[in-house]
Write a protein that binds this ligand. Structure first.
Ligand code: DX5
Ligand code: ZN
Length: 218
């Protein structure tokens, strides 16, 4: 399967949301990555349900919603109704992760688990067969524009071994500090999906950056 690109809308100019989404619609991007922060699980607040609904009204690509919030079980149904196709919850915020995943799947969404840099891959071993997407954080969540943590490559390889070992179809997504160089190395290590905010939106030509990321493994 060719790898997927999910630009993070967190970077968008919120006063011109429609224009930014239109750019993603007409680019080589596969998903729209939506970063939801609650100011509790992470030290920052981003957007909530009304903004996700507004994104959904214009987006022609699936919404990949990354919930950086505590007690996500209270909100997954609302995010599904707001238009999320893929919902990721943080393993560090979920003492009952297996239950959270069943809840997301029962809504008809793809179930994702986001994993902070300090969390060992081994913590996923008992639940990997229930996960559609693992969002491996390559920065500490909360802010865009941070530096990619190099240790991520080893985690991708370890996770890929676990996925092959258990024969699951789980996708590996890399989130944070992605650029052209580490995109290639991440893909070589086994990543399937690349999230990018700063690298895409700081460019005068975001579509071209997305197109380059789409061929980063060549
Ligand atoms: C970090 C978010 C990321 C972030 C990526 O808390 O989960 O999705 O927007 O931004 P860059 O690509 O700028 O690191
Ligand atoms: Zn994210």
């Amino acid at each position: 399967m060719p790898h997927l690109i999910a630009p993070s809308i967190l970077a968008a100019d919120f006063a011109n949301l429609q224009r930014e989404i239109e750019m993603i619609n007409t680019s080589d991007a596969d998903w729209v990555h939506v970063d939801v922060m609650d100011g509790v699980f992470v030290p920052n607040i981003s957007m909530g349900l009304p903004v996700v609904e507004a994104i959904k009204r214009h987006a022609k690509k699936p919404l990949d919603v990354h919930l950086m919030i505590v007690q996500p079980e209270k909100f997954v149904e609302a995010f599904h109704k707001a238009g999320a196709e893929i919902i990721s919850v943080h393993i560090e915020a979920c003492p009952h992760l297996h239950r959270n995943l069943q809840q997301i799947k029962a809504l008809g969404c793809k179930a994702g688990v986001a994993v902070n840099p300090h969390t060992p891959i081994a913590e996923l071993s008992e639940v990997i067969q229930d996960i559609d997407l693992i969002c491996l954080m390559s920065v500490n969540p909360g802010f865009g524009g941070q530096r990619f943590i190099e240790r991520t490559y080893d985690k991708v390889k370890e996770l890929k071994r676990l996925i092959l070992d258990r024969n699951t179809k789980t996708l590996i997504e890399i989130d944070g500090g992605v650029n052209q160089q580490n995109a290639k190395l991440s893909l070589d290590a086994g990543a399937d999906v690349l999230v990018a905010r700063n690298f895409v939106f700081s460019s005068p030509n975001p579509k071209e950056v997305i197109a380059r990321l789409k061929t980063a493994n060549r």
